[in-house]
Write a protein that binds this ligand. Structure first.
Ligand SMILES: N[C@@H](CCC(=O)N[C@@H](CS)C(=O)NCC(=O)O)C(=O)O
Length: 228
């Protein structure tokens, strides 16, 4: 099916959620039109395509929008042949989906909270929360990675790699901006080694920006919030 579809992705270079989708499309070897959105001036196409959340990413497939990064990555996996993104085994699929939801429900709000905290106390509280959550990920996934697998997906990048790996450059930015080390070889050795492998992966290298871009974007968001 690859190549015959009309695919347009509304994204944002520094959005971990959009990066997930770009990685998924890259894994499948599918070409698509990429449209960078301006979050300070959302396009009519974005507002019409995702009227519920008004957020990127949105994948527009033959004119029909699909929203929410986890949903889109699964859609891409189901739609296209090529290397599988979700595990084949139903139990492993369920487990990967469970942890992907955990990343989005627990980890993401915690680390974004460090970024948005307005006081030192709030920042410290969010940092403690983030470290507790990442420790849970390290412990729960230790078996998978200790198994000798390079990635959660096995020898190559899969669903959970894409979901968590897309956040790594923001973790680097947070270390620089706030001095918080979310993944480190002392506390989370398996995740630290996995993160190194993820960074070296060709699919990731193609779409994951450097921490500099995240720092710049965070500063832009802070300036916009202060101006309100
Ligand atoms: N749960 C959504 C989150 C998407 C999201 O938060 N996107 C941000 C960019 S990183 C956005 O579009 N923000 C615009 C806004 O909040 O107005 C997903 O997984 O796709």
């Amino acid at each position: 099916m690859a190549g015959k579809e009309d695919l347009k992705l509304l994204g944002l270079v520094v959005s971990p959620f959009a990066i997930r989708v770009r990685m998924a499309l890259g894994i499948k070897g599918v070409s698509y039109e990429y449209v960078e959105e301006d979050m300070f001036n959302k396009s009519d196409l974005l507002l019409a395509s995702n009227p519920v959340h008004k957020k990127v990413p949105v994948l527009i497939h033959n004119g029909k929008p699909v929203c929410e990064s986890l949903v889109i990555v699964q859609y891409v996996d189901e739609l296209f042949a090529g290397p599988p993104i979700l595990p084949a085994d139903p139990y492993e699929r369920a487990t990967a989906r469970f942890w992907a939801a955990f990343v989005d429900d627990k980890l993401t709000p915690a680390w974004i909270g460090i970024l948005k905290a307005e006081t030192e106390d709030e920042r410290a509280e969010k940092a403690t929360e983030t470290l507790a959550v990442i420790r849970q990920v390290e412990e729960a996934l230790a078996n998978t990675l200790a198994d000798g697998r390079a990635f959660f997906g096995g020898d190559s990048i899969g669903y959970l790699d894409v979901v968590l790996g897309s956040c790594l450059f923001w973790f680097d930015a947070l270390r620089r901006m706030r001095g918080v080390e979310i993944i480190d070889s002392g506390r989370t050795p398996l995740l630290a080694a996995w993160a190194e492998r993820f960074r070296e992966n060709a699919e990731a290298k193609g779409v994951v920006p450097g921490a500099d871009e995240a720092v710049q974007y965070a500063n832009k968001l802070a300036a916009a919030a202060a101006a309100k």
